[in-house]
Design a protein around this ligand. Structure first.
Ligand code: 5AD
Ligand code: SF4
Length: 441
């Protein structure tokens, strides 16, 4: 095979997976391979999978089925699967048997070895299945092929120790481990030197950053260090676990100019009884108190959240607690999920599972309330002038530009295309449910 192989990557799931895909792509680019956007053109197809909910898994099975005919047409096609779904016991073996034409199956802990596995396949091996159960050392210095040249994701910690009873992540991503502040700063400074203006710090629970590092550091202190990096304009982070969001962190966000006024703060359920069953370690009242303190310290803050509907044992009363919490906090937007049973998690064994029709009915009621509030929050922006970081031409109308406010609102606006990568002021002329329309001023 020649040196100019073309690869296609499809990513399911969260920002962490997106970042992993950027690393897979970075490693392949380093080998001079080129990325293509259609499977038909590719010599290598990679599926980077997610395990958080069942429907993400079903999509992978569906997509793999479709690859069979591509492999028939091009027997040299190399197919690889990586990511969280592969880390679940038995899944990799099942896939290897069901889809014998898949060449490489790896997990989350050994993705950095991908080029080595690829070489073995190029040299004639038919199938490699290698899943590591332990997280091992953090691998620094991997090349990253970033999708944007304006904003970048920077992972600050891997894994999760929380074991929320519905969640598969601690089983597939391993225990918490933090990168050193020096490694993080070095990466961000390199990004700034390349012209990046905004970074989003990533971790399953960034608020517990730094545990076990010597000398001692916590997330608030890390943020203060990053805030001093010259040339960087905006800092974001996700995800925050409410139980670990300290007053020190709230004050830090309020005081540091580069920290954007947006916090993604999943509450999952508004019922203290359900929160307990979820193993979330906070009550409804504690969560609301936290929101109150955040709003007091950061007056124009945007809050977004994740909500699960139909967790085992959720009664109509519990669900109403979720609805009333949404109304009380008034989220700018929310990701709403139907509870999905994940094998290996404690909640999957609970006997009081909620029937699908009830889950769906509650879900629809919740989405209606969430959307109404989102629209109302967006309306507050009409006729205001906001700072937007210009990302690219707008997808729907390339004569326009697209970018985000500090509060993470998507804005499509008329403006000068020379300003891509810069901060501009935009007057908002119209608020839609999920975006704002405006003009550069
Ligand atoms: N079912 C439904 N939603 C889930 N999430 C995590 N696990 C599940 C599950 N089993 C949601 C949570 C989390 C988000 C990333 O995904 O709301 O915050
Ligand atoms: Fe899953 Fe809970 Fe960890 Fe988030 S904090 S990744 S929901 S176990």
């Amino acid at each position: 095979m020649n040196n100019k192989l073309k690869y296609f990557i499809e990513t399911w799931g969260c920002q962490m997976n997106e970042e992993d895909s950027e690393k897979l792509s970075g490693m392949l680019k380093l080998k001079n391979y080129s990325r293509v956007i259609s499977k038909e053109e590719a010599d290598i197809i990679i599926f980077n999978t997610c395990a958080v909910r069942e429907n993400a898994e079903q999509k992978v099975f569906g997509n793999l089925g479709q690859l069979k005919h591509l492999k028939k047409k091009n027997p040299k096609l190399i197919i690889a699967i990586s990511g969280c779904m592969m880390q679940q016991p038995g899944v990799a073996e099942e896939l290897a048997k069901k889809f014998p034409f898949v060449n490489i199956i790896i997990g989350t802990h050994n993705a950095y070895k991908f080029p080595k596995y690829l070489n073995r396949i190029i040299n004639g091996e038919k199938q490699i299945v290698d899943i590591w159960n332990n997280e091992g050392e953090i691998i620094e210095g991997l090349p990253v092929d970033r999708l944007s040249s304006v904003k970048a994701f920077v992972t600050i910690m891997y894994g999760c120790n929380n074991f929320c009873t519905y969640c598969i992540v601690p089983y597939v991503r391993g225990r918490e481990r933090s990168r050193t502040p020096e490694d993080i700063e070095k990466e961000i400074k390199e990004l700034v030197a390349k012209g990046y203006k905004e970074i989003t710090l990533l971790g399953q629970n960034v608020n517990s950053y730094g545990k076990g590092l010597k000398p001692e550091i916590n997330f608030a202190k890390l943020l203060r260090r990053i805030n001093n990096i010259e040339g960087l304009e905006r800092i974001r982070f996700m995800t925050s676990h409410p139980k670990d969001l300290s007053q020190e962190l709230i004050d830090t966000i309020a005081e540091c100019d580069k920290l954007c006024e947006h916090i993604h703060l999943p509450f999952q359920s508004g019922s203290t009884k359900i929160l307990k069953k979820m193993n979330r370690h906070y009550t409804r009242e504690q969560y609301l108190d936290l929101v109150y303190r955040i709003k007091k310290a950061i007056p124009n803050v945007a809050l977004t959240t994740d909500i699960i509907v139909g967790f085992p044992g959720e009664t109509e009363e519990d669900f109403n607690d979720t609805l009333s919490l949404v109304k009380e906090v008034e989220y700018d937007s929310a990701f709403t999920f139907l509870y999905s049973k994940r094998n290996g998690t404690p909640a999957a064994k609970y006997e009081d599972q909620i029937p699908e029709n009830i889950k769906h009915e509650r879900f629809n009621r919740l989405v209606e309330v969430v959307n109404e509030i989102s629209k109302k929050k967006n309306k507050e922006y009409e006729d205001k002038i906001v700072e937007v970081l210009v990302e690219s031409p707008s997808k729907t109308d390339p004569s326009k530009l697209t970018g985000r406010t500090r509060t993470s609102k998507l804005v499509n606006f008329k403006g000068d295309h020379k300003n891509i990568g810069k901060l501009v002021n935009v007057k908002i002329t119209e608020a839609k449910s999920f975006s704002l329309i405006g003009e550069e001023v």
